[in-house]
Design a protein around this ligand. Structure first.
Ligand code: PMP
Length: 312
């Protein structure tokens, strides 16, 4: 689906017209993948739009940039304010937000140091990502033949554009073989994550998720699952997950900004549990949706309200 255009995009501290947000083909990022980015959801709540965990996303963006030795000339607060302002200006809610830091047009050697840093924030209307039928059915996934990048190759804690060359291989293979998503193993053969989601397995009422050392992105939804599980009194451990645990688990689910909480119905055509959303996944998902849709109290302080009236 083509991106539904909005009016403005934020660029280096100013709002510019959507169609003016262009870069040169010889920009460093086009040639070497030198970008860091975020994906954020803004939910429509009864009181207006509210951005989910905005600060944590902007902090992760700055962390990703720091790993790649990029000094972003904006603070977390400035980036958060820009995002709030943009949602108000573009009057689209719910929406998806895409902040990007990139190495722009300057020199074309591999060394990026002489290239200017460009910062953009865009937002636009966007719906569900995985599973388009009954949300209780869950999705069919496979273990990918592509491995997630090893430590000391690309840093997994940075959300860099280049990482998504790996994700694209995983995703295309899965889709072409009739699955919704692929799960990558890490360089040692242990479960890492989906092409754009963190992964959780549930066994005997206990949740297990791979630790950050298994080449996973430190997902903000993953962190939200950790906090929700703790409050609900559901035991959760970060522990190595062997591939075959996916086949014998009672429940398996994905978390992510795009995927939100998505149950997994089968892995490599082996049915997971009852083949329907399990009780633990349901409790986590209901608690998550309760908060983001404004039906339950925002007890963790996860939402940043956007004051302007939207949709008028
Ligand atoms: N892993 C990868 C590879 C991702 O692209 C994403 C989406 N950003 C996630 C995990 C989930 O992270 P988050 O919950 O912060 O969206």
């Amino acid at each position: 689906m083509a991106i539904p255009k909005t009016e403005f995009i934020w660029h280096n501290g100013k709002t510019i017209a959507w169609d003016d947000a262009k870069i040169h083909v010889l920009s460093h990022v086009v040639n070497y993948g030198s970008s860091l980015f975020e994906g954020i959801r803004c939910y429509q709540q009864p009181g207006g739009p509210a951005i989910f965990r905005l600060r944590e996303h902007m902090q992760r963006l700055l962390n990703s940039a720091k790993i790649y030795r990029i000094e972003v000339p904006f603070s977390v607060d400035e980036l958060c304010n820009a995002a709030v302002e943009l949602v108000g200006l573009n009057k689209v809610s719910p929406c998806y937000m895409r902040p990007i830091v990139l190495r722009g047009y300057g020199e074309l050697g591999v060394n990026p140091i002489g290239c200017p840093t460009e910062v953009y924030i865009a937002n636009y209307a966007w719906g569900k990502y995985l599973g388009h039928g009954d949300p209780d059915d869950g999705v069919d996934v496979c273990v990918s033949s592509w491995t997630r990048f090893a430590p000391n190759t690309l840093p997994a804690l940075a959300k860099a554009g280049a990482n998504y060359m790996n994700s694209q291989l995983i995703k295309m293979e899965a889709i072409l073989n009739g699955y919704s998503e692929g799960i990558a193993l890490d360089a040692n053969g242990y479960v890492s994550e989906g092409s754009g989601e963190n992964l959780f397995v549930v066994n005997n009422g206990k949740i297990i998720t791979p630790p950050l050392g298994n080449s996973v992105l430190p997902g903000i939804t993953r962190d939200s699952v950790l906090q929700i599980a703790e409050t609900l009194g559901i035991p959760l451990v970060e522990q190595i997950v062997p591939r075959e645990m996916l086949y014998i688990a009672d429940e398996v689910f994905f978390s992510g900004t795009a995927a939100e909480i998505t149950p997994i119905r089968s892995v490599d055509k082996i049915q997971v549990g009852s083949g329907k959303i399990g009780d633990v996944t349901r409790s986590i998902r209901d608690a998550f949706f309760g908060i983001v849709h404004g039906k339950a109290e925002d007890r963790f302080g996860w939402l940043t309200p956007v004051k302007q009236a939207v949709g008028a």
